[in-house]
Design a protein around this ligand. Structure first.
Ligand code: IVH
Length: 708
């Protein structure tokens, strides 16, 4: 759909910018979610920082596209953890990064200027100017003491507040229950020490060996293992995991006025038996700092814990106070980040794994190689295109990179590169792309517009597992007690073979349930009562549970308000196409997906079963407040004018989207208008916007802006 002339440079430019911004936001949020909620770093910190800066720069250049939900505007908050939150006494901020020597000289120059303005210099006494110490690759932790007694331990969280993990921290050997008098005349009511929780490399290796023996999932890095071990509701598990802590900060100013310098604080740690890293360096110039960093880098392999750099801190607390902090970082410290470690190994074989959506992902099996104390023998190859692009062959020597706790990445094939250099000939990958699903042996398919290779069998056990998990999930039928393992077991034990069998869970007897691993009478009773309870769910949840492509929670709610009951929905046919498309949020593609889904004979079977189970309970949905559309302040204070007509969207529905996101609509274009949302046959309003220099958005750009 082209609404504007292709030659319109402004249009092309704006389109690119909104697309870029929306793409960057999506990527950043994805990586933040992986990092904070799944404890995995899919990209290196450097790559992440680059994305963040790119977004920041674009938003600075084009403030109109700056929305409240941008990751640049808020600290990422995790939603999934059930632990109690505590506010930090002082925000836990992060450090700015340095990658080369000049970054360190620039850093010193920057804060010296600040001090110069205040006519302050480094103290002339013998105390060192800087302390350089390892940068631990673990999880930040704050331990608060009240009248010398341990009060609580809190994770970094979003920097402002974190999760209270006191009980778990109390199981760690390095935990200190009491801190005795700080000095004769000074015993703080409140004292705080901050540090990093790590899992020693030796402990990590041991843990993975025993997890593997028990047939359990292993951890990819010591950091992930530490995170998984700390965020446990059962502190006995944390105890068994043998974590360690290195403390490196006393953030409260009361402590600063007592200790005067960081080196004194470390002495205090020593006297009090507070765990800290003794391999720190006192330096008096940036040149000395550089050689201290080199020493730490040389010792990296010898440390029994992962480090990903060094931290350089101004020693004197008074100076730190004068130097100050920016919004996100202290100006008095900087982190030196080690470059990613690269090693060579052999690509021994490839296995295609089927995911729950039916996508086949190639996994590379590598000859064991150690990177920074961690044994690596696997790497993801993403998809067939990636293998082709890197021209990988079994038996090749490949270059592998692991930076921080990033999942190892294959950079290139050294064998292919050498061959190409010698012969000048283009080497093709000989790795075969599977024609059949490794799980159910049905043919694989690849849609032209997709890179992903998929299993074509909708009843492939792997796909069924994913569908069943969705069906019973919290946002669908919300059947408690049916987690991933139970769903998998139901499919593996062939209690469920087809999608149409999903309704069977309502008719299973105690004997059926007892086939499930670890299912005793109590769990069976719990599931049966959860199933009973689910029968009163509103019918939008059944629509959502079907997992129809393009029909998420919001669309399911909208559909439910347009049909009398589930029966009416299950009888829609090709003739309903137009009706469906008239429903807001539903485009032609989704409408067709719904019809194809509903008309499928197997699905019809399931509907009949469900109608019997849910009986009269699945009447027209009355959407209560909790279930209503998601409101946001994404477009707060943004004024829109809508003009022209739009494919799949009425003007009223667009207005509603704008208002639901905090924006407002005006009828006439003026200088105060932020955006003109222009559809087909947009006339004078669009021209006026062009004259006034008001931003014009095409539908696609608008949808991207609001994340639809
Ligand atoms: S001092 C104001 N020292 O690295 C921040 N942090 O990006 C003062 N870290 O959030 C932190 N080792 O979790 C400091 N020796 C060390 C550290 C260290 C690791 C972590 C810490 C911080 C992050 C900085």
């Amino acid at each position: 759909m082209t609404l504007f002339s292709e030659s319109s440079e402004i249009f092309q430019k704006n389109k690119n910018i909104t697309q870029q911004i929306s793409e960057l936001k999506k990527q950043i949020l994805y990586y933040q979610k992986e990092y904070y909620e799944n404890n995995t770093s899919k990209i290196s910190d450097t790559e992440f920082d680059a994305l963040f800066h790119e977004l920041k720069n674009l938003e600075k250049q084009y403030p109109k596209y700056l929305t409240n939900d941008s990751p640049t505007q808020k600290i990422y908050t995790t939603q999934q953890i059930a632990l109690i939150k505590s506010k930090h006494l002082v925000p836990m901020i992060s450090l700015e990064n340095a990658f080369q020597n000049s970054d360190l000289f620039d850093w010193e120059e920057r804060f010296l200027k600040i001090l110069e303005k205040q006519e302050i210099t480094f103290p002339k006494n013998a105390e060192p100017k800087y302390i350089v110490e390892p940068k631990f690759d673990g999880l930040g932790i704050s331990c608060v003491y009240e009248n010398g007694k341990f009060a609580r331990a809190v994770t970094r969280g979003n920097g402002e507040e974190g999760e209270t993990v006191s009980q778990n921290v109390q199981t760690i050997t390095d935990y200190k229950a009491n801190i005795s008098k700080i000095s004769e005349d000074n015993n703080f009511d409140i004292f705080e020490i901050r540090g990093e929780i790590v899992m020693k490399k030796s402990v990590f290796t041991e843990l993975n060996v025993s997890l593997e023996k028990e047939g359990k999932k292993t951890f990819s890095t010591p950091r992930n293992a530490a995170a998984g071990s700390l965020r446990q509701l059962d502190s006995n598990i944390t105890r068994e995991r043998k974590l360690s802590i290195f403390f490196y900060e006393t953030p409260l100013t009361t402590a600063h006025s007592q200790f005067k310098t960081y080196s004194n604080t470390l002495k205090f740690f020593d006297e009090q038996n507070i765990s800290y890293c003794k391999d720190y360096y006192a330096c008096n110039s940036i040149t000395e700092v550089i050689s201290a960093i080199k020493n730490i880098a040389d010792m990296r392999e010898n440390f029994d814990f992962d480090i990903d750099g060094a931290v350089i801190k101004v020693n004197n607390y008074k100076l730190r106070e004068k130097i100050g902090v920016t919004g996100h970082h202290p100006r008095w410290a900087i982190a030196w980040k080690f470059p990613a470690i690269q090693v060579q190994t052999i690509l021994e074989s490839i296995e295609w794994q089927v995911g729950r959506t039916g996508v086949l992902t190639p996994v590379a099996y590598l000859k064991d190689v150690m990177i920074d104390g961690v044994k690596i023998n696997r790497a993801t190859l993403h998809n067939a295109d990636y293998i082709e692009e890197k021209k990988l062959n079994i038996g090749d020597t490949i270059l592998l990179e692991r930076s921080g706790d990033v999942i190892p990445k294959i950079l290139k094939s050294i064998t292919t590169e050498n061959k190409e250099n010698n012969t000048g000939k283009e080497i093709k990958s000989e790795i075969l792309i599977p024609n059949f699903c490794p799980v159910c042996e049905s043919p694989t398919v690849k849609k032209t517009e997709e890179v992903a290779l998929r299993c074509s069998n909708s009843n492939c056990p792997q796909i069924l597992k994913g569908k069943l998990e969705h069906f019973v999930s919290k946002k669908c039928l919300n059947i408690k007690g049916l987690g991933t393992e139970v769903c998998d077991d139901l499919i593996e034990k062939k209690l469920i073979i087809h999608f149409a069998d999903f309704s069977k869970i309502y008719t299973f007897t105690e004997k059926d349930w007892s086939e499930i691993k670890n299912f005793k009478l109590k769990s069976i009773k719990n599931v049966q009562s959860a199933l009973e309870k689910s029968k009163t769910q509103p019918f939008w949840r059944i629509i959502h549970a079907m997992g129809i492509s393009g029909v998420g929670e919001k669309t399911s709610k909208t559909i439910a308000t347009h049909y009398e009951n589930f029966l009416a929905f299950s009888h829609i046919s090709e003739r309903s196409l137009e009706n469906l498309q008239n429903i807001e949020d539903i485009g032609e593609k989704t409408a067709q997906e719904i019809i194809n889904f509903v008309e499928n004979a197997e699905h019809q079977n399931l509907f009949i079963q469900l109608e019997n189970i849910f009986q009269t309970n699945i009447q027209k949905s009355t959407i209560n407040n909790n279930d209503s559309h998601i409101f946001s302040s994404l477009l707060e204070n943004k004024k829109f004018v809508i003009t022209g007509s739009f494919e799949n969207y009425s003007r009223d529905s667009l207005k509603e989207i704008i208002e639901n996101n905090g924006g407002s609509c005006m009828s006439a274009v003026s200088k105060k208008t932020d955006f003109v949302l222009a559809g087909e046959k947009a006339g004078s309003k669009k021209t006026k916007a062009e004259d006034l220099g008001v931003e014009i958005l095409e539908l696609q750009q608008f949808l991207e802006l609001v994340g639809l």
